[in-house]
Design a protein around this ligand. Structure first.
Ligand SMILES: C[S@@+](CC[C@H](N)C(=O)[O-])C[C@H]1O[C@@H](n2cnc3c(N)ncnc32)[C@H](O)[C@@H]1O
Length: 99
């Protein structure tokens, strides 16, 4: 499904223990709306797992340098969760977020 525009009420169960989002967050135009939808389907105590490239980790000459999220986009991602844990993997950052 398109998680931004499709009806999430069609999902079989609105309470998922884990929502995984690998190399997707960067592509979403309305990130706050997407995060609201994740919170809606995530079970209490569940984990939102995100892997995304972060800006500034590639050389300026690298044509893929635009793939990283900005500091502001990272702030949008991590705001409002009770637990935010991160781990860095080269150009990527992993986030474990809990409501
Ligand atoms: C770089 S691929 C990553 C694919 C896979 N998650 C992985 O880690 O290999 C980006 C993915 O984002 C998905 N995507 C982008 N916008 C989406 C949306 N609004 N709803 C659902 N998936 C979306 C695309 O379908 C595509 O599969």
């Amino acid at each position: 499904m398109d998680f931004t525009t499709d009806d999430i009420a069609t999902l079989p169960d609105p309470a998922y223990a884990v929502v995984a989002c690998r190399l997707v967050y960067r592509w979403l135009d309305d990130k706050p709306a997407f995060l609201d939808r994740v919170r809606h389907v995530l079970a209490p105590g569940g984990t939102f797992w995100v892997v995304t490239e972060v800006a500034g980790r590639r050389p300026a000459s690298d044509p893929r340098k635009h793939l990283g999220i900005t500091a502001a986009e990272a702030e949008t991602l991590t705001a409002g969760w009770s637990v935010v844990r991160t781990a860095d993997l080269d150009v990527l950052r992993c986030y474990a977020l809990r409501p």
